[in-house]
Design a protein around this ligand. Structure first.
Ligand code: ZN
Length: 284
């Protein structure tokens, strides 16, 4: 979000959610102006020609970065570009499907991919006769403290919940024995992170169904991270699981998701929802 307009026409900004400063400079973004128009812009960086040897090695602080919309004065930014403080800023990345690898490339798969899976789950279940009522919800601001989930959980008051996630993949930097969220290894079912220990009986039920149906799945014991499931758990104690579709390079401008992982997550979710009834839920 734009924090202030500097006299030279660049914009100071703050990050929303968890960004590593090293992933920010020199990328393309879009800034939404007063009229709702998205203006392309670049995150500033000092050209290598002007960097000292020390600067080349150091990671700049976010407070030293700025967004350059191509203006040369603050007046131009305010009056011609119509950009105010508080203007939202997003990475400027186009979605691509790489068909030779069956991989999607894009931004914010955490949690656009969960959102897509939720919509497709409803589509798959449309018109089917189930023993449970399904309520789906999208909630905002998970990345800044699970705020949306605190509102939706009170409205829905679930007896059971499945939280879709776009969890960060660990398969490009972890030793094989530590990989728990690998691309093309199926949906990740999280045992714990810093916000939740999931209901072990519900977790086992879903893993067993994946095994029985031949759907790839992996489980993850995380030392960091958090998710909306924690809020649901704390509100009513409703058995909750976290079903994530692995996202390589989450929380950066570019990320990958394997389409087959998406399909597996969808299949598993639909299968589980079709199998639920009061007796099964009572066992959790
Ligand atoms: Zn995230």
């Amino acid at each position: 979000m734009v924090q202030a307009i500097k006299p030279n026409g660049t914009l100071r900004f703050v990050t929303i959610g968890s960004w590593a400063p090293v992933n920010i400079p020199a990328h393309k973004v879009r800034v939404r102006n007063r009229d709702g128009v998205y203006l392309p812009a670049i995150i500033t960086s000092i050209p290598p020609h002007f960097m000292t040897a020390e600067q080349k090695k150091a990671v700049p602080k976010i407070s030293d970065m700025a967004i350059d919309v191509g203006a040369t004065s603050a007046e131009e930014v305010k009056n011609q570009f119509k950009i105010d403080i508080g203007a939202p800023v997003v990475p400027d990345v186009r979605f691509e499907y790489l068909d030779h690898r069956d991989v999607m490339l894009g931004k914010a798969f955490d949690n656009r991919i969960g959102t897509a899976c939720l919509a497709d789950t409803l589509r798959e279940l449309d018109g089917q006769d189930l023993d449970v009522d399904i309520v789906a919800s999208l909630s905002a601001q998970e990345e800044v403290g699970e705020r949306g989930a605190q509102v939706t959980v009170k409205k829905i008051q679930p007896d059971l919940s499945i939280v879709f996630e776009g969890p960060p993949a660990d398969d490009t930097f972890s030793p094989e024995y530590m990989i728990q969220t690998g691309m093309k290894r199926g949906p990740m079912l999280r045992d714990r992170d810093t916000s939740i220990i999931v209901n072990p009986r519900f977790q086992k039920y879903v893993l067993d169904r994946a095994g029985a149906k031949g759907i790839k799945a992996q489980r993850a014991v995380r030392t960091g991270g958090g998710n909306d499931g924690a809020v649901i758990n704390l509100y009513s104690g409703a058995p909750t699981i976290v079903l994530g579709i692995p996202v390589r390079y989450a929380h950066t401008p570019y990320s990958y998701v394997a389409f087959e992982d998406y399909v597996s997550a969808l299949k598993l979710t639909v299968d589980v929802l079709k199998s639920l009834n009061a007796e099964v839920i009572g066992r959790f």
